[in-house]
Design a protein around this ligand. Structure first.
Ligand SMILES: *[C@@H]1O[C@H](CO)[C@@H](O)[C@H](O)[C@H]1NC(C)=O
Ligand SMILES: *[C@@H]1O[C@H](CO)[C@@H](O)[C@H](O)[C@H]1NC(C)=O
Ligand SMILES: *[C@@H]1O[C@H](CO)[C@@H](O)[C@H](O)[C@H]1NC(C)=O
Ligand SMILES: *[C@@H]1O[C@H](CO)[C@@H](O)[C@H](O)[C@H]1NC(C)=O
Length: 466
């Protein structure tokens, strides 16, 4: 009895309120009228095959792997970062990096091979090298220019919402519910804080990337940075991501991060070095419950599958033209290193990695096929070699009527990348470091003095003989 007047009263309040919302949304700027959580680009066709890959060096002027990618006939190719390696401190340099990759004949042929529907769609994300600086973050001075050049490179139209926001994060959706797939591409560079210790990898000196890796490993190993609150996405992007995930009507959600999310290999840049931000990502996912979630990533110069088929899977593909096994300095270290960090690899399969050149594929299959309301979705992800052979595979099957929050509970099991150590251990590390610096400093001084003496001795000797 009370309910009816209450409902009337509520709707009496709600209607003008809604009208006001619509009005304030529409008047100032038409762009604001896009429904919140809408994708930057909505493609009408259903996604059946997504190809992805990262790390292309332009010193390889021929990149035959693109012919192999093309032969798999993907609906889309998504860069997971490092489309060029110019490491730039000038705009001309950035421009040249993209231009060189665009003119690689095999890449140009693949990008230009669009069918009547515009497939393959080419898009994606940058990482540190194409952004402009190895291990770079928000403090890169050319980031605005870098953004527009990257968007030019992947052919984003000038009227796209991506042109008017800061950062290149974006969403792309394929098909319509219940066959909809949503791809969320995270920008882990534009807004990212320094890591706990700023990486020396950004200094352009031989071996600096190697030292950067060593520092990252040591910090994590000795337990520094367990509570480090550095951010990866920045507030604008966090808000956007939350909108994209909240009440999303997609059956499959692919989240792209150039750097790995769930890895336990501390030598590489990853979300694990930003533990609070990673927890924020996991909590956001558990709160918004995206259906059919899978992560894809790049960056590391090998392929890998991480996680659990019944939980959350991450598939990493890197690199297209060069790989960890063929790297000059770290080549021989690559596999021994990977063997030493087996934790988290897919379903405890310690060998679910591949150290040579590769690209990734994600196949999406709704079951039963062509049913208007499918019951299940099957994701088959793979890392393929230069001959198009599958080297790593991951299978994820989700019933569309199941509670999507169940697999997401797995995120609670992802251990911290930073080891937990006692204050005593940390103190000991400082003591040893102090000692090394003290002894090293003395040795350095003694060496300098000896060299000076030697030189002045020689001069004296020369004078005597001369
Ligand atoms: C950019 O830096 C990376 C690692 O720091 C290096 O491997 C690469 O050769 C550099 N590129 C150029 C063009 O100097
Ligand atoms: C980039 O552009 C934004 C807004 O257009 C501006 O506020 C910011 O200072 C620029 N940053 C750099 C590093 O040029
Ligand atoms: C583990 O992964 C490797 C590489 O993907 C694969 O060759 C191997 O068959 C897998 N092992 C098991 C037990 O699934
Ligand atoms: C995934 O499924 C394919 C066949 O559909 C199979 O060949 C492959 O071994 C499976 N991968 C894993 C890791 O179970």
């Amino acid at each position: 009895m009370i309910r009816q007047p209450l409902r009337n009263m509520l709707s009496g309040v709600a209607e003008p309120f809604l009208f006001l919302v619509v009005l304030t949304c529409c008047l100032p700027d038409a762009a604001v009228c896009q429904p919140s959580g809408g994708s930057d680009l909505q493609l009408p066709f259903e996604l059946r095959r997504l190809a992805f890959g990262s790390c292309a060096k332009q010193k390889y002027v021929r990149q035959p792997i693109w012919d192999v990618v093309a032969a798999t006939q993907p609906d889309a190719f998504i860069w997971t970062g490092d489309a060029h390696y110019a490491n730039c401190s000038s705009v001309a340099c950035l421009r040249e990096g993209y231009a060189k990759q665009s003119s690689v004949p095999e890449y140009a042929a693949f990008v230009g091979s669009k069918d009547a529907d515009g497939r393959p769609v080419v898009g994606g994300m940058w990482d540190d090298h194409d952004y402009g600086v190895n291990d770079g973050g928000q403090f890169y001075s050319l980031k605005n220019t870098s953004q527009s050049l990257f968007l030019d490179f992947i052919g984003v139209p000038t009227d796209s919402p991506r042109r008017s926001r800061q950062g290149v994060y974006s969403s792309l959706s394929f098909g319509t519910p219940p066959h909809k797939t949503k791809l969320l591409m995270l920008d882990t560079r534009f807004f990212r804080d320094w890591p706990l210790l700023p990486s020396v990898g950004s200094i352009r000196l031989p071996g600096s990337a190697f030292i950067g890796a060593l520092v990252r490993f040591s910090l994590a190993f000795f337990g520094f940075g367990e509570g480090y609150s550095g951010d990866v996405l920045g507030e604008d992007q966090w808000m956007w991501l939350e909108e994209q995930l909240t009440h999303s009507d997609a059956a499959v959600h692919v989240i792209l991060s150039s750097i790995q999310i769930m890895t336990m290999c501390a030598v590489f840049e990853s979300w694990g070095h930003f533990p609070i931000a990673r927890q924020r990502l996991f909590s956001l996912l558990q709160r918004t419950k995206p259906k059919g979630l899978i992560f894809i990533s790049g960056d590391v110069h090998f392929g890998e599958a991480i996680g659990k088929s019944s939980g959350v899977v991450e598939v990493t593909s890197s690199g297209l033209t060069h790989s960890c096994a063929t790297a000059t300095l770290v080549g021989p270290l690559c596999e021994p290193l990977l063997v030493r960090c087996p934790h988290m690899r897919l379903d405890h399969n310690a060998t679910a990695y591949y150290v040579r050149e590769n690209f990734g594929l994600l196949d999406v299959r709704f079951e039963p096929p062509d049913a208007p309301t499918p019951k299940r979705v099957h994701l088959h992800a793979a890392v393929l070699d230069e001959d198009g052979r599958e080297r790593i595979t991951a299978n994820v099957t989700r019933s569309l009527s199941d509670d999507p929050s169940v697999p997401l509970r797995y995120l609670d099991e992802v251990p911290s990348l930073i080891r937990h150590t006692s204050p005593v251990t940390k103190g000991a590390v400082f003591a040893v470091l102090g000692l090394v610096m003290l002894v090293g400093g003395q040795v350095f001084v003694v060496l300098c003095v000896s060299i000076l003496r030697l030189c002045s001795g020689k001069k004296k000797g020369k004078r005597k003989t001369g």
